[in-house]
Design a protein around this ligand. Structure first.
Ligand code: SF4
Ligand code: SF4
Length: 179
């Protein structure tokens, strides 16, 4: 038959030897590879009981910050939403009422604050844009969920626990389980 190119190579079809037909040697070779890995350091870890350390520049799930007295820092200025390239942040501003000074740091606060984690690309621009140190990207990530709606995080999910009234929850959120 005429070859279309000069790159064709003939296939070696020599008959298998008796040992090769038993497949025993190949099975032994495979077992040897398996056993050689038993005493090697494991490449996997027992997640979630064990976790790998994050890189110092890791940008994870957002946290809405409070000040030392537990007041919400966010003033709903909208700079984070403007800076967000994924248009993942939405908020509704509200005026602080008399008697709410212990809740909100400034006269204006975010009555509603939402981040769509399915849109977010964890670039950190919202954190950089915030003049009030109110939002930062923590060392955790958004857990899996069954619905798209479950990835829209509101203030309940984003707000850090109050250091005054929820000290133990805050310690837990920071990874200190001894308290
Ligand atoms: S990390 Fe980036 S993409 Fe995600 S909400 Fe902030 S600015 Fe938007
Ligand atoms: S998180 Fe910061 S930038 Fe965003 S609305 Fe609140 S104060 Fe403004």
């Amino acid at each position: 038959m005429q070859a279309l190119t000069n790159r064709s190579a003939s296939v070696d079809r020599k008959p298998m030897t008796f040992i090769e037909r038993l497949y025993l040697w190949n099975v032994i070779k495979g077992m040897m590879i398996t056993f050689s890995h038993i005493f090697k350091k494991k490449a996997t870890i027992n997640y979630p009981e064990q976790t790998r350390p994050f890189s110092p520049v890791f940008r994870g799930l957002h946290v809405l910050n409070r000040d030392e007295e537990g007041k919400e820092r966010c003033t709903a200025c909208g700079l984070c939403a403007v800076a967000c390239p994924a248009e993942a942040i939405t908020m509704e501003a509200a005026e602080r009422e008399p008697g709410e000074e212990h809740l909100y740091r400034e006269e204006k606060y975010a009555a509603k604050y939402e981040i769509n984690m399915l849109r977010c690309i964890f670039c950190g621009l919202c954190e950089e844009a915030c003049p009030k140190d109110a939002i930062y990207l923590s060392e955790t990530f958004a857990p899996s969920n069954y619905t798209r709606k479950g990835f829209i995080y509101g203030k309940e999910e984003l707000l850090i626990p109050n250091p005054k009234s929820e000290a133990s929850k805050l310690a837990e959120a920071r990874g200190n389980t001894s308290n």
